[in-house]
Design a protein around this ligand. Structure first.
Ligand code: BES
Ligand code: ZN
Length: 875
């Protein structure tokens, strides 16, 4: 009978937990913990079994009992307790059918504070000159079961009453405020208020030496930022963003923040970027801490987005929770989208919605692979869940929400969200529940429209042709390797013609359609040269556009004449790049298009020009080594003039975006091998190395200089490498350590690359950070692959249960660009692949093949040499 419960995606639903009374006692030096779970279980259907989750726990079998009535005389013990390791469940069989209704299940257990950054784990930090352990939890997605036995699925919401016994000098935090604290000698027993109904993956505890700063929202909710002792100043920015976001969300969602307090804590070892635990949000240090003097503008933005994202989850995710992991995107896509809404309101000068196109583009990049997956994805086993925290759930998710938001209008959308939150508060929802609410509010067929985007993988490219005054549009699924597939979508199309006032909207419901745009192009005749037509106005749609030659020429004119919005300028170059990679456009026409951006000075647009430039520079090394220098020369020319305008030093009162642009431009010029930039970077590095307080190398531009230093570093003169290591070792700030790590492996010298990679596996680099050191150049990639194979055993064991293992696989595999290599890599993994990184591996291999295909395309571009000569000479 217990067999029936094995290999199932979900726990049986004949019993459900209503309340957990959890007692935990961590031993911070021995790295152990013990605990008791007293769970109020509601038996809903006749059964002799209770089936719940437990993993890596030592369950004290003799302690397990079920009290079936108020009089404790009715306490029974299970006949058998079976722990099914591969399903992470525990099956309790009783001698007879359990009485329906509530009983108390009591279980004693113990476990190890592990080093894997999941479940109940330990993080190391320094306190008063000594290394100490902090006890931390990370339960999403399926790791609460590693801390206490529980019904570890999002739909089993229950109330939690937590009690901790910890050393009395430590801060001990959990989701709710402290209700009682008793000190007995070196230990204290801290109990917390009972929580409202919530899912297990949101339960959290943090125990360690911590300081805090605090503030109050307009509603009087107490918000604190906890950091290591002495670092609270670096929490001020996040606290400010948190207070402002909470004030904003309570209005936007029209529901107050659901708990009496919110704590946010910086954790020194943390697998993800941040985690939205209810009332106790945990962060990687770089995602929470900001230092006016030592942090970059980019970090500032990252902290703001991360805080706004996690706090959005307090409503979207925590108060209303996805019914099952298939609907993970409801959590992540929404929190991502909402975070931009909040950051835009708090920092309007950041132009964050234009930057949002980063998300759309990452989503599109992943979703153009055959190895992508639909937003709503079937989950058959707990070990498949972590793999879907990817660009599809986050970026495509957020982007299709933006598409719908723009289609329905802001007011209608907000009203619907507010009523959705109200309707499903303290409960769970599926994707279609949200569509139903939106449908009711708007009167539009939201469900049909959106099903085509969330139940089907991929997205279309819309080809447009003009034929007299008719616009012919045709959709086809877009795949990066240029192959075709059968998908069709209901596409909300928008277009503008020669002016943003002159616009149209319509829904494409079939493969192709013809559209009369007579009214829009009345003024075309006679003014042929100023005519332009742009589809997907401001890139709100999740699709690409391929224009016929005439329309493409019109857009090039519009870019040069500065007629287009920033978002449209970005969209045009992003689509052109993707079409070129898929060999649906030539590299020569992409380069000519880029030339039209030579007068651009805006950060958001130039960032795209830069990222496309670097991709091109990377592929031409492999595709056309003969033309590679000339192409790079053209790209350098393109970026040099905005770089010269900005210079290396911050101007007084310059904008946040210019500060970020400077960093991007200098880094790109270094990567493109521009000698004067590399030399200046090295010159400034010398000064900075000898005087760390010098202002010649402020945090924003530092990484460009570090990479310049590493590009010139060789095994016969390792000064650059040694100096950077010294900076790494002396750095107090995680952000600075990351800058160094991200530069070390960019040397062209193989033995330095090897040193840098080996360094990643030493004790000096935290496991959470190693993957950021895999920034290897084309010259270093073979070395990196050999190193990776040799160390696979160690790497796969060390990062086994973290999403970071996927990161390793992705970073290394994606360096390559040939069919042979992809085959070789596939063979290496044939008997090594595991479910946790299988998806990442397949996607990375597909990327390698796509690049190989692109290389073939570039090689067959007959006009490339001529176009490149023309562009390079002209520039
Ligand atoms: N819920 C996630 C954290 C998470 C990620 C848990 C993966 C389990 C597996 C959190 O809300 C999140 O999305 N964090 C992001 C940062 C955010 C700004 C996009 C992260 O960790 O990168
Ligand atoms: Zn999230």
């Amino acid at each position: 009978m217990a067999e029936d419960f094995k290999g199932q995606p979900r726990l049986p639903s004949f019993a459900a937990p209503r309340r957990y009374d959890i007692f935990l006692k961590p031993h911070l030096t021995a790295c152990l913990f013990s605990g008791t779970a007293t769970i109020t279980v509601d038996v809903l259907l006749p059964t002799q079994f209770l089936v719940l989750n437990a993993a890596d726990l030592c369950v004290h079998t003799s302690s397990v009992s079920l009290t079936t009535s108020a009089t404790s005389s009715d306490t029974i013990s299970p006949l058998s307790i079976e722990l099914v390791e591969e399903d992470e469940i525990m099956v309790l069989q009783f001698g007879s059918q359990l009485p329906l209704g509530e009983s108390l299940l009591k279980i004693d257990f113990s476990g190890t504070l592990n080093d894997q950054m999941r479940g109940f784990y330990r993080s190391k930090y320094e306190y008063k000159g000594e290394v100490q352990n902090m006890a931390v939890t990370q339960f999403e997605s399926v790791d609460a079961r590693r801390c206490f036995p529980c019904w570890d699925e999002p739909a089993f919401k229950a109330k939690f009453k937590i009690t901790l016994e910890v050393p009395s000098e430590l801060a001990a935090l959990s989701n709710m405020p402290v209700s009682d604290e008793k000190i007995n000698g070196d230990l204290k027993t801290v109990s917390y208020d009972e929580s409202p109904l919530m899912s297990t993956y949101l339960v959290a505890m943090v125990i360690g030496h911590l300081d805090y700063i605090q503030g109050l929202t307009t509603d009087g909710v107490q918000v604190r930022v906890y950091t290591q002792v002495g670092k609270t100043d670096q929490g001020k920015f996040a606290l400010d963003v948190a207070l402002k976001s909470l004030n904003l969300y309570k209005d936007y969602f029209a529901v107050p923040y659901p708990l009496p307090k919110l704590d946010m804590v910086a954790i020194p070892d943390f697998a993800a970027g941040a985690m939205e635990n209810y009332g106790l949000v945990t962060y990687r240090e770089v995602a929470l801490l900001f230092d006016e003097q030592f942090s970059s503008a980019y970090s500032k933005q990252d902290v703001a987005i991360t805080v706004a994202h996690e706090l959005a989850h307090q409503w979207f995710g925590n108060l209303v929770t996805m019914e099952w992991w298939t609907h993970l995107w409801l959590n992540e896509g929404f929190a991502s989208w909402v975070s931009y809404l909040a950051v835009d309101a708090i920092f309007p000068e950041w132009n964050i919605w234009t930057q949002f196109l980063d998300e759309t583009s990452s989503g599109m990049m992943l979703d153009a692979l055959s190895e992508s997956h639909p937003i709503e994805v079937e989950i058959k086993h707990a070990n498949e869940v972590d793999a879907i925290f990817d660009s599809i759930s986050y970026d495509k998710g957020a982007s299709v929400i933006r598409m719908l938001h723009s289609y329905l209008g802001a007011d209608c959308f907000q009203k619907a969200l507010a009523s959705y939150i109200k309707q499903y508060a303290y409960a769970n929802a599926k994707t279609e529940d949200l569509w139903a609410v939106l449908e009711e509010e708007s009167g539009e067929p939201v469900k049909d429209l959106m099903n085509s985007w969330t139940k089907q993988q991929g997205y279309p490219v819309i080809s447009v042709k003009m034929n007299s005054n008719k616009l012919h549009v045709c959709q086809e699924q877009f795949l990066s390797d240029g192959s075709s597939a059968a998908g069709t979508w209901i596409v909300p199309l928008t277009l503008c013609c020669s002016s943003y006032e002159n616009s149209k909207k319509f829904i494409l419901t079939s493969k192709s359609d013809e559209l009369d745009i007579d009214d829009l192009i009345l003024n075309k005749k006679g003014k042929q040269e100023t005519f332009w037509l742009k589809l997907n106005t401001n890139q709100t749609g999740f699709y690409r556009v391929k224009y016929d030659d005439e329309l493409a020429a019109g857009l090039k004119y519009a870019i040069q004449a500065d007629k287009l919005s920033l978002m449209d300028k970005i969209g045009i170059i992003d689509d052109a790049n993707a079409l070129c990679v898929a060999c649906k456009g030539t590299l020569s026409s992409l380069l000519s298009l880029m030339d039209a951006y030579s007068m651009e000075s805006d950060y958001t647009v130039l960032k795209w020009v830069i990222s496309v430039s670097l991709k091109i520079a990377n592929v031409v090394d492999d595709a056309t080594p003969d033309l590679s220098d000339k192409i790079k020369l053209f790209l350098i020319k393109l970026l040099e003039s905005p770089a010269e305008k900005l210079g290396w030093d911050v101007k007084e009162r310059e904008s946040h975006l210019d500060t970020m642009l400077r960093a991007e431009l200098l880094m790109a010029l270094v990567r493109l091998g521009n000698t004067s930039t590399v030399d200046e970077g090295i010159r400034r590095f010398y000064i900075f190395f000898n005087d760390r307080n010098s202002s010649v190398l402020l945090p924003d531009i530092r990484k460009a200089a570090y990479v310049a230093v590493m590009q010139k570093c060789t095994s016969s003169d390792k000064w650059g490498y040694e100096s950077l290591l010294k900076i790494y070792r002396e750095a107090h700030q995680s952000e600075e350590k990351m800058r160094v790590l991200g530069s070390l492996a960019s040397s062209p010298d193989k033995s330095i690359v090897l040193d840098a990679l080996n360094f990643l596996l030493t004790d000096e680099v935290r496991n959470q950070d190693a993957v950021y050191g895999l920034n290897v150049s084309n010259q270093g990639r073979e070395t990196a692959w050999e190193w990776f194979k040799e160390n696979w055993e160690y790497i796969s064991k060390t990062w086994v249960s973290t999403p970071l293992l996927s990161g390793f696989v992705k970073s290394i595999v994606s360096l390559f660009a040939s069919y042979e290599k992809s085959k070789e890599i596939e063979e290496f993994f044939a008997n090594r692949v595991k479910p946790t990184f299988e998806r990442a591996l397949k996607q990375s291999l597909e990327r390698v093949n796509t690049k190989a295909h692109w290389i073939e395309g570039v090689r067959s571009d007959d006009s490339l040499a001529e176009v490149v000569s023309h562009l390079a000479d002209k520039a």
